[in-house]
Design a protein around this ligand. Structure first.
Ligand code: ADP
Length: 461
């Protein structure tokens, strides 16, 4: 077996006082932007405030959406940019920024190829809620995408010798004559680092109680799937230099989060995409499980606060590697039979058996007369042992953020670019409208991370 790769952050003594571009954040967007900028001949630096690298990206489990890819054709799936655009637009309540959405949907395939050229192969395909076509790309090992992507991108950061410092928190952006000139940051001491361009890749504010209190105080009592560093620093940094923020009240509550332990674990949409159903305490289905996150969350909330159970079998479990991990940390209940499982989770066994047998019939006929589900019906629930995972909604993703154009330039209130300031990833607002589709956030980090690296190069040329 290959030796486990361990990334060593750059030693603080090596921090220089000047770079071509400072990239704030080491998630998917920051790492991609850095590699792209380096490959164009620039000298980037990545500053990460946490001692753990990879941000929320490491927690992503389902995959990366893209249309018209060669991987899809290998799976005999014929897709189009237009359908990808339309399904994302409808899923986002038609509130998406259409300029960003167009760029996003038309550049996913290039991003998949770019990753493949970097030995990051996403050769398997699944589906997420709100999509009609299988376009969620993931590694053929079926491993969760986030950890895989971050590890593989870090290998390039190491190979390209791109400096990446952890435990450095950017506290201010420096402006000179209306142009970005660098950053102020807290390392062991306060430091100033000069650069003619900065890329904000700081992620969202799903763990930022102050911003949630300001924009969505109704969600303050919910748990979050986010890493503790997801506090919206990038939004505050950008606002201080005049950037416009958009859609700040659009916060995604993810429907399926296991939260009976001190940690809140997101149970990825691929679990439903591969065939799991949701049942209430009475053992009955109550929603099209692959409706958009917004609608599935509402259906679970309407149950009255007790949450619901994902139900699956061995066959489905084998299609999602993350379930092994969920089981390992004690989140999965097992029954050799459906009746045994029902007893374990305190649900009426006859009811659960009836529900599953009706569902299996729907899968067979490809016709869900109860809730109109049309996707994630490739396999039924008949291959024991059977599994249940108790879930409830939790704060997951912040759709709002800094305004950018499709060149990733950060815009001020008047819609004009702030010279030298770029942004990519969750820190950006507008792409997802009022509901982000599963698989679109990883895609966003790679598509717009690459674009930011390229546009910085153009800006500096
Ligand atoms: P994306 O998916 O958009 O790449 P992530 O959440 O994966 O976003 O990564 C964002 C990263 O930015 C996180 O690792 C977070 O800790 C880091 N970060 C946030 N604010 C700062 C800051 N002020 N200085 C340095 N790093 C930051």
């Amino acid at each position: 077996m290959a030796e486990k790769f361990v990334f060593e952050p750059t030693k603080i003594e090596q921090l220089k006082d000047h770079y071509d571009v400072i990239i704030i954040g080491s998630g998917g967007a920051g790492l991609t932007a850095a590699i792209q900028a380096h490959e164009l001949g620039l000298s980037p630096v990545i500053l990460e405030k946490m001692d753990k690298l990879g941000g929320n990206t490491t927690r992503a489990s389902s995959g990366m959406n893209a249309a018209e890819t060669s991987v899809q054709l290998d799976h005999k799936i014929v897709d189009s940019f237009e359908e990808f655009y339309n399904e994302t637009y409808v899923g986002g309540g038609k509130q998406n920024n259409t300029e960003l959405l167009k760029f996003f949907t038309e550049h996913g395939a290039l991003a998949i190829d770019w990753l493949a050229q970097h030995d990051i192969k996403l050769d398997d395909i699944t589906i997420t809620g709100g999509m009609k076509t299988m376009r969620t790309h993931r590694p053929s090992t079926l491993a969760p995408i986030g950890g895989y992507l971050v590890t593989e991108l870090l290998k390039w950061i190491a190979k390209d010798e791109i400096p990446l410092f952890d435990n450095i928190k950017v506290t201010d952006l420096l402006l000179e004559d209306g142009h970005i000139a660098g950053v102020k940051a807290d390392a062991a001491n306060e430091v100033q680092i000069k650069a003619p361009s900065v890329i904000l890749a700081t992620g969202g504010f799903g763990a930022g109680k102050d911003l949630l209190a300001k924009y969505r105080s109704d969600l303050l009592n919910l748990r979050t799937t986010n890493q503790p560093g997801a506090t919206g620093d990038g939004l505050k940094l950008a606002e201080k230099v005049g950037a416009k923020l958009v859609d700040m009240d659009q916060v995604q509550v993810h429907p399926t989060v296991q939260q009976d332990t001190p940690h809140a674990f997101l149970i990825g949409e691929a679990v439903r995409g591969e065939g799991a159903i949701l049942v209430n305490n009475a053992g009955q289905r109550f929603v099209n499980e692959l409706d958009t996150r917004k609608n599935v969350t509402k259906a679970i909330d309407d149950l009255g606060g007790t949450g619901a159970y994902l139900i699956l079998d061995r066959d489905i479990r084998n299609r999602v590697k993350a379930i092994e991990f969920y089981d390992h940390v004690g989140l999965v209940t097992t029954g050799q039979t459906i009746a045994e499982l029902a007893a374990e989770i305190n649900v009426n066994a006859d009811k659960l058996e009836q529900t599953i047998s009706k569902w299996n019939q729907a899968v067979k006929n490809h016709n869900d007369t109860d809730f109109g589900r049309t996707t994630g019906m490739e396999r039924d629930i008949s291959d024991g042992p059977f599994y249940a995972i108790h879930i409830a909604p939790a704060v997951h993703y912040t759709m709002g953020g800094v305004a950018i154009n499709h060149q990733t330039q950060v815009l001020n209130e008047a819609g004009k670019a702030i010279a030298g300031l770029f942004a990519a990833g969750e820190v950006v607002g507008g792409l997802h409208g009022n509901n982000r589709i599963g698989g679109n956030s990883i895609a966003e980090t790679v598509v717009f991370g690459r674009q930011a690296g390229q546009q910085v190069f153009k800006y500096l040329s």
